[in-house]
Design a protein around this ligand. Sequence first.
Ligand code: FAD
Length: 290
Amino acid sequence: MKPPKFAYHAPTTVREAVELLAELGDDVVVLSGGQSLIPMLNLRLANPTDVIDLGGVDGLGDVAARDGGLDVGAMVTHRQMETNDLIASTAPLAQHAAGFIGYRAIRNRGTIGGSIAHADPAAEWPAVVLALDGAITLTSAEETRNVAGDDFFESLFTTAKRPDELVTSVHLAGRFQDNWGFSEFQRRTGDFAAVAVAVGCVITDSSVVEARVALAGVAERPLRCPAAEQALTGPHTGGAAEVAAVARDSFEPVGDSHGSSEYRKRLVFAETHRAVAQALGSDIESIANA
Ligand SMILES: Cc1cc2nc3c(=O)[nH]c(=O)nc-3n(C[C@H](O)[C@H](O)[C@H](O)COP(=O)(O)OP(=O)(O)OC[C@H]3O[C@@H](n4cnc5c(N)ncnc54)[C@H](O)[C@@H]3O)c2cc1C
């Protein structure tokens, strides 16, 4: 299969890339790792006049510490997320989740910025961004702005990013580095998750003072579950199973050829149970083991 004809652009700076985006109009797409875009081109699901390749753009491939968390450049690959020491120490949830994305070949080329811009509701990065109180940096020819992860993912493959904007980096908070959990069910290794659950907690004196529970694969966008977060917060929280039951009862998950809504409800329970137990770990052992 071959892609349709398009004009190819290879900018070397962000400035050049965003000026091209502004100049070329609505029928232009950005190429990062190509792991979603190339199949879409080959299947003629996308038919752009122009493709702007970010592969040679300087400054999008860095990981840097900031405000106790991390700034991750849009072109950092899934594999780099899996193997980078700073990510492992500051955002271990992100490091762990990276290993669930596709296969090694996909992870070698696919990027965090591409995945977030693409906004597949079953993808790992959007849920991780929500669990780690992440924010997305968007750059256009006019401005650079930050959008909280909570406000970024709007619907199926739809985000708060305007067509003239690039995702240039992602900020992940560092305060969840000690208490986090991630669990997902894939029908086969390398498949997208049927349901994935990412949990970030802050625990002080055996009390959960902050909890974020985010799910992928249950709706048209990744979602947090406020009721489960509430059940998890405080000194006398219920067991992991109780939190998981709250999550299960909070959603009517989408059903499709990979699983009915009822089946996904069961998965929400099982994956939330595992992720919450992992996040609580030995800090609140009685809860984790409940
Ligand atoms: C067989 C297979 C299995 C996969 N399994 C999984 C999985 O289990 N979990 C998972 O999460 N993903 C999976 N993926 C998708 C993969 O993670 C992609 O890497 C990801 O969805 C897109 O990242 P990319 O860098 O390849 O972006 P591209 O494919 O280059 O781009 C994707 C879209 O985002 C836009 N875009 C890209 N970068 C930017 C940017 N910086 N700013 C603005 N817009 C941008 C593009 O224009 C395009 O519309 C799989 C892919 C394949 C082929």
